[in-house]
Ligand binder design. Structure first.
Ligand SMILES: [Zn+2]
Ligand SMILES: [Zn+2]
Length: 347
């Protein structure tokens, strides 16, 4: 490996014996995880059953983001969903209630992380990928300011389309056109679906995202998301409305796949709220001296830096299969730069 392995530069509050602090910095990055970037072994050939079990166990068993969204989905179902009878017919009351819930949660996640990491700088630059911060006085952004631009796209367009699909699926559950199961009727499917949902999501995201990178579509739609090169929590859900329609459209699978409403609520949180964590710009949230919550995605951070790579996420190895995987190495950077040049000179 050709990376310069160095201890993090001054001021780190973490013990150097801490396993997480195998901090690696390079010319390009303030910090990056061990390379190559890990992807799920679920589809490896020959099969790797032990590694696959370990992947699921580390993603679900400790207090991870997956589990937090699953618990939130359960609490939402128990306490915050309008009665199904009410949702049989369209009316402003319950629609606005869903919209307000989505809006408040998005603000809590994105602004909470933003304030912690970029406002109060609680962990300084520990586990921060990019040395830069958010762009200011940059004319490509609304009001020349990345923060306010990202904030506006997220709340005006993102939360609106999220709520739009929520309304359709809830009406489906209320009127019986979406197949609803109970935990008692099929407990195995209930748990299996939690493991499968990130795989569906990865499938949908990869293909939608590849389409968005076709130069003609990229220029008109996806460029809005990519103006944020140095990403931060509000950048994740900052997309062109057409991209929101396609991205959140995955929620419509619940009109076909038998599921419990908790799965559907989980998927909404995973699609929308997890954009704030996956674009946080930091690998870990440091809570106290020892506790870390893995939040960021170096896999996607590489996409924002080099564009024509890592269209998917680590849940499925689409990028590995289709030659668009950037493992974080300088050789991959070189290859991706060539691809980018080729794609954009042809268009
Ligand atoms: Zn992209
Ligand atoms: Zn992104």
């Amino acid at each position: 490996m050709k990376y310069s392995l160095v201890e993090p530069m001054g001021g780190s509050r973490l013990s150097t014996t801490d396993e997480h602090l195998k901090a690696v910095s390079s010319k390009e990055w303030n910090w990056h995880p061990d390379l190559p970037v890990a992807v799920s072994p679920l589809f490896s050939w020959p099969p790797q059953p032990v590694a696959t079990l370990r992947w699921f166990a580390t993603n679900w068993l400790p207090m991870t983001e997956y589990l937090i969204y699953a618990l939130m989905a359960w609490a939402t179902w128990a306490l915050l969903v309008p009665p199904l009878e009410q949702m049989q017919t369209l009316s402003w009351g319950w629609v606005l209630q869903l919209w307000a819930r989505n809006l408040i949660l998005m603000i809590i996640f994105a602004q909470g992380l933003h304030q912690w990491l970029y406002g109060w700088k609680k962990q300084e630059d520990d586990y921060k990928f990019d040395r830069r911060g958010l762009a200011k006085n940059a004319r490509i952004f609304l009001w020349n300011d990345q923060y306010w631009d990202n904030f506006t796209y997220t709340l005006l367009s993102g939360v609106t389309f999220w709520t739009f699909y929520d309304v359709i699926v809830w009406m489906g559950y209320a009127n019986g056109w979406a197949p609803m199961m109970t935990i008692e009727s099929n407990p195995i499917w209930f748990f299996a679906l939690f493991l499968l949902m990130p795989v569906f999501q990865s499938f949908h995201f990869y293909w939608l995202h590849r389409t968005l990178h076709i130069p003609w579509i990229y220029k008109r739609v996806h460029a809005v998301h990519h103006r944020s090169v140095s990403i931060a929590p509000w950048s994740g859900f900052s997309m062109h409305p057409i991209e929101h329609i396609g991205y959140m459209g995955l929620l419509l699978i619940f009109l076909a796949v038998p599921a419990h409403p908790i799965h559907f609520i989980f998927m909404g949180y995973w699609l929308a709220l997890a954009t704030a964590t996956s674009h946080a710009g930091f690998e870990n949230l440091v809570l106290g001296d020892k506790a870390h919550l893995k939040i960021g995605s170096f896999h996607h951070q590489l996409h924002h830096r080099y564009f024509e790579c890592n269209y998917g996420n680590p849940e499925m190895p689409w990028d590995n299969w289709f030659g668009s995987y950037h493992d974080g190495s300088p050789e991959a950077t070189e290859r991706v730069r060539e691809t980018k040049k080729r794609m954009h000179t042809q268009s």
